[in-house]
Design a protein around this ligand. Structure first.
Ligand SMILES: Cc1ncc(COP(=O)(O)O)c(C=O)c1O
Length: 389
């Protein structure tokens, strides 16, 4: 019987143990035993699939990987301790001295730091491509370009890359395409369908969905994941089995959670549309979004993040944050609890105005990660805070 991916995300499980547990067991162990020397030799020789050591593999971690592969439509995966270790591990496993990386400039802050401040140590070159001018990207591909790297929608700009176009471009130039699918999750878009070779996530965000654990994952073509696995099993960014257990349980509710996050985000967008204190509101599925047509083509719904620009810039931003009564002031996103952040005075305060502008950050930009509370309460808290700025 072939099961829908959502059913598999609920029911896929490591084989039931002799205890006949219903909920999936947690294999909280650093290493695994062998019956005899020959079995141990065979495991190290990769003549069988036995687990050896949890830096290499672990049944609970594998369950999380298997579910993510089903959800993303991928052949194989490797899970990491955080989203950043998934990103850094991917760069290190596939880029060598003399290679060139073409990255979209609108990427998560720590990704930007790796690209601009660290890759040169290993003599890896990079170019930044502007998300607003896709027509300029092809000219940036060089003979030594090995990888194209993008996030869509971007954090926090909520800009969108046309994955069908990019998949075709990457294929034409025989360059590996890597997509950070953190903001959309496989519930809303599957980059592999558009030609991505690898898809990665910060599992810390919507995949956990309750702000409890750090985690990351890379899924994609089997032969690429094999290279990533060999790199990671030796360098050690592996996901802890405990965090994997939390994450695999979270995937049982991913689809329903994301649908409700989208419902609440849509209710918020409706309530804020045209508000006198705002210059604009941005949401992928709002017709005013400059990339709305691309969003409609590749995303099932708009996701749980909404941004808006307060009239009055940085000062209004701080006043708004101080006036919130229920929303949390914290730097995470993708939580059951709604979260507000003001990038210009916090995460992106070190960027120049021009740098902020190039990644769609304005002084009055507020990012709301819309949670699972009753929608009326989220809207009421934001409306009362707007009155105070
Ligand atoms: C789009 C995106 N990618 C990667 C990361 C990094 O993930 P982590 O914090 O799990 O290392 C984040 C974190 O916010 C993110 O938003």
């Amino acid at each position: 019987m072939s099961l829908h991916p959502n059913t598999q995300a609920v029911r896929m499980q490591t084989p039931r143990t002799a205890e006949m547990e219903h909920s999936t067991p947690l294999f909280l162990t650093s290493s695994f035993c062998f019956e005899n020397a020959d079995e141990m030799r065979a495991a190290f020789a990769e003549e069988n699939d036995n687990n050896i050591y949890s830096r290499f593999s672990n049944p609970t971690v594998q369950e999380f990987i298997d579910k993510m592969c089903v959800l993303e439509g991928a052949e194989a995966g490797f899970a990491t301790a955080s989203g950043m270790s998934a990103i850094f591990g991917t760069f290190m496993a596939f880029l060598s001295a003399g290679d060139h990386l073409l990255s979209c400039s609108a990427v998560f802050g720590s990704t930007h730091t790796i690209v601009t401040k660290y890759l040169h140590r290993w003599k890896i070159e990079y170019s930044y491509a502007d998300i607003k001018t896709p027509e300029t990207w092809e000219a940036l591909i060089k003979p030594n370009t090995k990888m194209i790297y993008v996030e869509t929608p971007t954090n926090p700009g909520l800009d969108i890359v046309d994955m069908e176009w990019l998949g075709t471009l990457a294929k034409k130039h025989n360059v590996m395409l890597v997509v950070d699918n953190c903001f959309a999750t496989p519930v809303l878009q599957k980059p592999i369908n558009y030609g991505a070779d690898l898809v990665l996530h910060s599992a810390t965000k919507w995949l956990d969905g309750q702000g409890r654990v750090l985690g990351g994952i890379v899924v994609g073509k089997k032969e690429l994941i094999r290279d990533l696995y060999l790199f990671c099993r030796n360098t050690g960014p592996s996901l802890s089995p405990f965090n994997a257990w939390v994450l695999t349980k979270s995937l049982e509710t991913l689809d329903v959670r994301i649908q409700r996050h989208c419902d609440n985000a849509e209710a918020l967008v409706k309530a804020l549309d045209g508000h006198s204190k705002l210059n604009w509101i941005k949401y992928p599925m709002h017709p005013s979004h400059s990339m709305y047509n691309i969003a409609k083509k590749q995303m099932a719904r708009g996701g749980g993040l909404v941004t808006f620009d307060l009239k009055g810039g940085v000062e209004s931003g701080k006043k708004f944050m101080d006036a919130l009564k229920m929303l949390s002031l914290t730097s995470n996103l993708g939580d059951s609890r709604s979260i507000a952040s003001h990038p210009a005075s916090t995460t992106h305060s070190k960027l120049s105005r021009e740098e902020q502008e190039s990644v769609s950050i304005t002084p009055g930009l507020i990012r709301i990660s819309v949670g699972l509370e009753y929608a009326g309460d989220i809207v009421a808290d934001i409306l009362q805070a707007l009155e105070k700025c």
